[in-house]
Design a protein around this ligand. Structure first.
Ligand code: CAA
Length: 240
């Protein structure tokens, strides 16, 4: 039986590449998205992967969303917490909303989604969770106290849940992408981005499929001894 995988923020950017890679590897995939109906429709038409609209920052919406996915595809074996937003600005300009939106969407979502699937994974004695962190959660980044705090939180969350899941066949790992060629990174002012890329030893932005490759590795059935780890995929920009 094909395993069922959920990818949050799974219709665009890194999430899209993860959804497609999982489908190509034989998983039944549900791609979650929050707002962009047009992109999601286009994604489903191109890939044949069904998209499910709900806000991962909303606890009740996640419970309902997982219920719907399980009714459609079956019990969730693999969860990839990928959804994330930026609201970059220095702290002296940051509003409470800019802080809170990023914390709720990027970190709160990991709790909301894991809480919705963990009982089933424990009962079935199998689960794979991959949380998408960030180089900026490891190293910090000027203009990102909200994002860096949320992503850093994801790395702690991963290690704690890995300990809880280990005896039940549930592995929990993180991937820490560097600067990947997506809409999110393209929104960084070009003069700032240029300086960042100049510090990447590999000398370029990463590609979304280079993150998806790491996810496939971590969610495999025979990856049961890999848990609580963080896989950095950043072109050598930060060696942690
Ligand atoms: N370290 C120290 N000082 C810095 C700095 C840095 N990294 N970056 C900027 N500064 C300084 C500038 O030199 C400037 O100083 P002066 O006024 O003395 O010249 C001052 O801070 C203001 O800089 P900006 O002109 O850039 O200020 P701004 O208000 O227009 O913009 C900002 C601030 C929004 C933070 C902007 O610099 C920015 O967008 N930075 C990029 C943030 C970033 O990397 N975001 C990543 C998004 S992608 C992502 O998050 C995915 C992932 O996981 C990797």
């Amino acid at each position: 039986m094909a395993r069922v995988a959920v990818v949050t923020g799974g219709t665009r950017g890194i999430g899209e590449a993860i959804s497609v890679a999982l489908k190509d590897a034989g998983y039944k995939v549900a791609a979650n998205y929050a707002g962009n109906d047009e992109k999601a429709k286009d994604f489903t038409q191109r890939t044949g992967i069904k998209a499910f609209k709900f806000d991962v920052g909303d606890f009740a919406a996640c419970a309902a969303g997982i219920k719907q996915i399980e009714a459609d595809l079956g019990p969730v074996d693999v969860l990839v917490n990928n959804a994330g937003i930026t609201r970059d600005t220095t702290i002296h300009r940051m509003t409470f909303e800019q802080w809170n939106d990023v914390i709720q969407t990027n970190l709160g979502s990991c709790f909301n989604m894991c809480r919705a699937v963990i009982d089933g994974m424990r009962e079935r004695g199998f689960g794979r969770v991959v949380n998408i962190g960030s180089i900026n959660g490891q190293a910090g980044q000027y203009g990102q106290v909200n994002y860096a705090a949320a992503k850093s939180g994801i790395h702690g969350f991963t290690k704690a849940l890995a300990q809880e899941g280990a005896a039940k066949g549930i592995t929990v790992n993180a991937i820490a992408p560097g600067y990947i060629d997506t809409d999110m990174v393209r929104a960084v002012p070009p003069n700032v981005l240029e300086k960042i890329v100049a510090k990447v030893p590999v000398g370029r932005l990463g590609r979304a499929d280079e993150i998806a490759r790491g996810v496939l590795f971590l969610v495999a059935d025979d990856a049961g001894f890999i848990t609580g780890s963080t896989l950095s995929i950043n072109g050598g920009q930060h060696m942690y």
